[in-house]
Design a protein around this ligand. Structure first.
Ligand code: PEP
Ligand code: MG
Length: 888
């Protein structure tokens, strides 16, 4: 069936709020107000379809569009009893209006239809020549600037010069004669800048103005805004053409903007500004200082009372805070626009909560009024939104929140100065587990390399610490201790501000505002808990993080990574002895040393999580991570050889170098990691299982209750790997429990983080009590992109050039990696219907990914502690979205 040809023109009376897609937000709301009997100036809307078809034809208007515009104009002339360019002149405003409000779009054109003759008619009709000439000069300026591209300062300079000549400050102090002179000057300016006159035929002007709105859809600033806000490029914008009403007609006229609630705080109070005897842009342009709305009651009492009532009506009708533009012409109120008001995160939460209390919204509706990103903002310190500064560079928004501190280049200095209470920002090419002590005390971390799942990013998110990663334009010279950004060289002690929520970096200290986990926040996340189906756990590796996670509402630990339990300075020597051991006895001795330390770590976590499940993942990283760097060790041996130092030292350095070489892998991420390591050295999982059981029993003994122990095997590809590891773990658990004469439920499951594991999930499930999808590695191996390298390179280009919709390490690749998760879940449950399924990759805290996990029917997501509230909230939104889809 052929689609109906798109309709290009709508009289205002034909539309409604439901017609946003075709009329744009502004057009739809104007039509809705007209329907409700609220006074709006009459007019018509050129639909988004007209813009889309014009863009598709490279700027050529589709056949019939101009005729449609002229017909709509004729109808408007008929209704108003006025004509464009006629003796009883009709003057028009032309405004863009996209489906989603977009600050990058074309500015408004007012007073279209005014010319050398109509200006006189207007003056006579209003009995006010000054008003008419003021309107004329404004039109010339707006049309020249907005439609023809004359630089606005060309007009402003002339206006300023004239005021100087007349010795006046305000535009309103200029006389009719001054304005007449200005009109002549503005015509000269346009001629000079364009090499021709502005068109004088008002119909041609109308066509030019509509066309300028279409073109403004594709300006670079509009495109940038759309990209930043995920607005599709092919929506197009509508154009609203309305009869002018004049706020500049004297002391009984005014124009203003208002919000039905305070958009900064959300407080239910009158909020707005107005200016007497002024036209729209005067209020925002800051030329004259607008007055608080409350004062309008004295100046224009009737219009004020009507405005206040209309504000109430509109808010009740839209069930949301409205942002309104109005004009009063000779005491009569007109509304020019209403839309849902933009608001700060804190205000969004307060308005949503208050509207539930007022009985305007249901809790479910309120949940849909808040964006996950707004909760995120409130969880962390943020840069004061009024800072007005420009960032010096940008990286990936790797861990949200803002940090201010003095620049330091190494973890030791960070640890020393940060430990002494000084605010420092740690700047590294990339971080490694060796830097942890510096990261812990730094206010924030900035890296030149690495992506959203790089070490720095994962660790910082876990700690709730701001991090900007992969800021590839910065140059770090560690020898000279300098950081170069563009031309500027920063040294240790210089101040930096990081915004981990946007990736922006500022070369100065900016004001921060503290986190705001207030009652509104708690209430809204609490409502989410009533709605959501998915469980929410946290990824935490220490008792402290676990306690934080619990405080933020985590229902367990979905991933306890145990690698840091091997990396800490007091353990590394024993870990190296274990790796380098020549025989089993030597290895057993080393592991014996590590065991009690691990047990202590587990006790901390189990105690913090008593009564809740804790999934402990056995050792995952490749062995070489515990050994010195190959290049550094080679250099050490060389130096010792050259200086002829202590032969024993040389000997052991050579031996270590040999081991490092033996264990060196070109692709360690695809090498001897995860359970592969445990298959080669079963003593490691044995030791870990022992430490886990002993810790669980010790906590129960001490506190009367312990955590639910779940042991997880990493990087399984073959069912046999899991079967073997399970045997090891079960044997040790049995031994430990028997020796202690105790009982303890321990379940054993696996990560699903390799494509093969997802495909053979039915075979693997036979040996698993649960699956946890490791979507970081599943993304790395499923798409075949290195999580350590790609984000600094082609991946950002792919995202900015729309080859892919988003960074797949941040938000799950729905079709590919998401498909693998779906296959794994389905095949796993095909042999074990009740198999518990979770996600513990970074996607567990990403709202869009959570939507997919809800659709796939997983049991829980697990994310860094500070994302837990967002995950709780997003899980509820996913349910509501599913219900909406099912309804309609
Ligand atoms: C994963 O791969 O998704 C995961 C959680 O493990 P890691 O990030 O530690 O490799
Ligand atoms: Mg992994």
């Amino acid at each position: 069936m052929a689609a109906e040809p798109a309709k290009y023109l709508y009289d205002m009376s034909e539309g409604s709020a439901q017609m946003r897609t075709i009329l744009g937000g502004k057009g739809a709301n104007l039509a809705e107000m007209k329907r409700l009997g609220i006074p709006v100036p009459d007019g018509f809307t050129v639909s988004t379809a007209a813009c889309v078809d014009t863009m598709a034809a490279h700027g050529q208007w589709p056949a019939g569009l101009w005729e449609d515009v002229q017909d709509a104009l004729a109808r408007l002339e008929e209704r108003t009893g006025r004509t464009l360019g006629g003796e009883r002149p009709l003057l028009l405003s032309v405004r863009s209006g996209a489906v989603f409000s977009m600050p990058g779009m074309m500015d408004t054109i007012l007073n279209l239809g005014i010319g050398d003759e109509t200006v006189e008619a207007l003056a006579a009709e209003a009995d006010n020549a000054r008003f008419a000439w003021d309107s004329y000069r404004r039109f010339l300026q707006m049309y020249g600037d907005v439609v023809e591209g004359v630089p606005p300062h060309a007009y402003e300079d002339e206006l300023t010069a004239l005021k100087a000549r007349r010795g006046v400050d305000q535009d309103t102090d200029l006389t009719t004669e001054d304005l007449q002179e200005l009109v002549a000057t503005f015509k000269d300016v346009s001629r000079r800048e364009l090499g021709r006159d502005l068109p004088i035929d008002p119909r041609e002007q109308l066509r030019g103005a509509i066309d300028a709105v279409f073109r403004s859809w594709d300006t670079p600033r509009a495109r940038v805004y759309r990209r930043a806000n995920d607005i599709p490029d092919d929506l197009g914008t509508a154009v609203n053409v309305m009869q002018m009403v004049f706020g500049n007609r004297g002391e009984t006229s005014a124009t203003g903007v208002c919000f039905t609630r305070n958009p900064s705080t959300g407080a239910h109070e009158l909020y707005g500004e107005f200016l007497v005897n002024a036209q729209g842009e005067d209020v925002v342009a800051g030329i004259r200082t607008p007055r608080p709305l409350a004062e309008m009651e004295e100046v224009l009492p009737e219009a004020y009372a009507q405005l206040v009532q209309t504000m109430r009506d509109l808010e009740a009708h839209y069930k949301d805070m409205q942002d309104i533009e109005f004009t009063v012409e000779d005491g009569t109120l007109y509304l020019l626009q209403t839309r849902n008001g933009k608001r700060t995160a804190a205000a969004a939460l307060k308005v949503a909560r208050d509207m539930v209390d007022e009985g305007v919204l249901t809790r479910e509706e309120a949940l849909q009024r808040v964006e996950p990103g707004q909760l995120d903002q409130l969880l962390h310190p943020a840069i004061d939104p009024d800072h007005g500064r420009t960032p010096v560079t940008k990286g990936l928004p790797a861990s949200p929140g803002a940090a201010v501190g003095e620049l330091v280049f190494d973890a030791d200095t960070a640890a020393e100065r940060g430990g002494a209470g000084e605010p420092v920002v740690l700047v590294r090419y990339e971080t490694t587990p060796d830097d942890i002590h510096g990261v812990i005390v730094a206010q924030g971390v900035l890296t030149a390399h690495g992506g959203m799942t790089s070490h720095a990013a994962v660790v910082a998110r876990g700690m709730g610490k701001p991090c900007v990663a992969g800021a590839s334009a910065i140059r770090i010279n560690t020898a000279e201790q300098t950081l170069t950004i563009g031309e500027h060289v920063y040294r240790e002690g210089d101040l930096l501000t990081l915004d981990g929520s946007t990736g922006d970096v500022y070369g100065e200290a900016l004001e921060l505002v503290p986190p705001q986990i207030n009652e509104d926040f708690q209430a809204i996340v609490g409502w989410a808990d009533e709605v959501r189906r998915l469980g929410v756990r946290a990824n935490a590796d220490t008792g402290e993080d676990a306690a934080k996670a619990r405080e933020l509402g985590a229902e367990g630990i979905g991933l306890c990574r145990t690698e840091h339990m091997f990396m800490a300075a007091d353990r590394l020597p024993a870990v190296r002895r274990m790796i380098l051991a020549q025989d089993e006895d030597a290895r057993a001795e080393a592991l014996e040393t590590i065991l009690p330390m691990q047990q202590k770590d587990f006790e901390g976590i189990f105690a913090a999580m008593k009564g809740l499940p804790v999934t402990v993942r056995l050792l995952d990283p490749p062995l070489h991570e515990f050994l010195p760097n190959l290049v550094e060790q080679s250099l050490l041996v060389q130096r010792l050889e050259l200086t002829g130092g202590d032969p024993q030292e040389l000997e052991s350095a050579r031996e270590l170098l040999g081991q490092v070489k033996r264990l060196h892998e070109l692709n360690p991420m695809l090498g001897t990691r995860g359970c592969r390591l445990a298959m080669l050295y079963p003593e490691i999982p044995e030791m870990q299982a022992r430490a886990i059981v002993r810790a669980a029993l010790a906590v129960r003994e001490r506190e009367g209750e312990t955590a639910g122990v779940e042991i997880m095997i990493p990087l399984v590809a073959y069912a046999n790997e899991l079967a073997t590891q399970r045997e090891v773990v079960e044997r040790v658990v049995a031994e430990e429990l028997e020796a202690a004469g105790e009982q303890l439920d321990v379940t054993v499951g696996t990560m699903i983080e390799l494509p093969r594991a997802a495909i053979v999930a039915d075979q693997i499930a036979a040996h698993a009590d649960f699956f946890s999808f490791g979507t970081n590695d599943l993304t790395q191996t499923g798409i075949g992109i290195s999580r350590d390298d790609a984000e600094g390179g082609f991946l950002s280009a792919y995202v900015s050039e729309d080859v892919i919709p988003a960074n797949p390490f941040e938000s799950i690749d729905r079709d590919g990696v998401g498909g693998l998760v779906g296959i794994g879940a389905e095949r796993g449950r095909s042999v074990k219907p009740g198999l518990k399924l979770g996600v513990c990759g970074e996607h567990g805290g990403d709202p869009a990914s959570i939507q997919l996990f809800e659709e796939l029917g997983l049991d829980y997501v697990s994310c860094s502690p500070y994302r837990v509230p967002i995950a709780r909230f997003s899980a509820a939104r996913a349910v509501l979205k599913g219900e909406r889809r099912a309804d309609g």
